[in-house]
Design a protein around this ligand. Sequence first.
Ligand SMILES: NC(=O)c1ccc[n+]([C@@H]2O[C@H](COP(=O)([O-])OP(=O)(O)OC[C@H]3O[C@@H](n4cnc5c(N)ncnc54)[C@H](OP(=O)(O)O)[C@@H]3O)[C@@H](O)[C@H]2O)c1
Length: 310
Amino acid sequence: MRAVRFQKFGGPEVLEIVEVERPEPDAGQVRLRVAASAFSAADDGMRAGFLPIPVQLPHVPGYDVSGVVDAVGDGVEGLPVGTAVIGFLPMEADGGAAEYVIAPADAVVPAPTTIPLADAAALPSVALTAWQALVDDGGLRSGQRVLIVGAGGVVGKYAIALAKRAGAQVIATASPRSADAVRAAGADRIIDRTTTEVLDAVDEQVDVLLNLAPIDPAEFAGLVTLVRDGGAVVSTTAWMTTPDDAERGVRAATVFVLPNRERLAELVSLVDQGALRVEVTRRITLDELPALHAEAAAGRIPGKVVVLPA
Ligand SMILES: NC(=O)c1ccc[n+]([C@@H]2O[C@H](COP(=O)([O-])OP(=O)(O)OC[C@H]3O[C@@H](n4cnc5c(N)ncnc54)[C@H](OP(=O)(O)O)[C@@H]3O)[C@@H](O)[C@H]2O)c1
């Protein structure tokens, strides 16, 4: 089968397009004929060797994946050959930038039926990140207020939709390029971060502050005053410390997204109900993935890109 992989850590040039043996599923695993994998910023960091993830070499990137079950290992039940699934695969193991990938059976769930299977690869880890940040780390509940900084990105729009669904009021920062999408996702109030100081614009404290943007750490620390006593500051930008205010009981949490099969199944159901919108900005082929990594190494790639095997 064809795959993109790297044998050593380094720049985008370490990626090679190779012909390798089609893998066989062990007990508890399934093999997927890949419909698509999704590119994540973490793929760039993992290839470069920057992230504290024990990546196994040689490594095929693309831990978010969609595909059709094509072989089943011993002991796997409920995932017959032909089932369309999506999954957030273990990040250290081979991903889906290939024609086939092995997945632990407990990492995949039936795919949404209302969107193309390839596009569904864009959902798993980012939507799980939003949910984990708001619910597990933020403890967000119905009737509360959340301020989402960087709401116009991929995680942000899922976070808005999930927070609204939880019954919270959402204040979101966005630049003009993202404002319409943030509004469509359900934000109650949008602060244009390019013209307005967030500190001045929020006049009533929030229960949860969720940061998704590469803001200045000093600016981040300043925003903690917007959180009520006993509230939470949550961030997905794990390279900087999430600030707290212990004196006021404001706690800090940094998100490291974890797989969660039940929750992923629930996210799929929200997609099929029309409550969550899966956005794909570009569809590329395996041959174009090295160039995409080069683009990512040079700057942010907006939106979600899915990688088709052919
Ligand atoms: N820790 C984890 O487990 C985990 C998991 C997933 C993602 N992440 C990280 O979480 C972050 C968000 O992910 P994403 O995929 O949503 O990224 P994204 O699509 O790049 O979105 C980030 C948003 O931040 C906004 N932004 C950029 N500079 C800003 C600034 N100075 N002030 C305020 N907003 C600013 C941009 O908003 P505008 O469009 O309005 O300009 C952009 O849309 C990324 O850093 C990603 O690497 C972490």
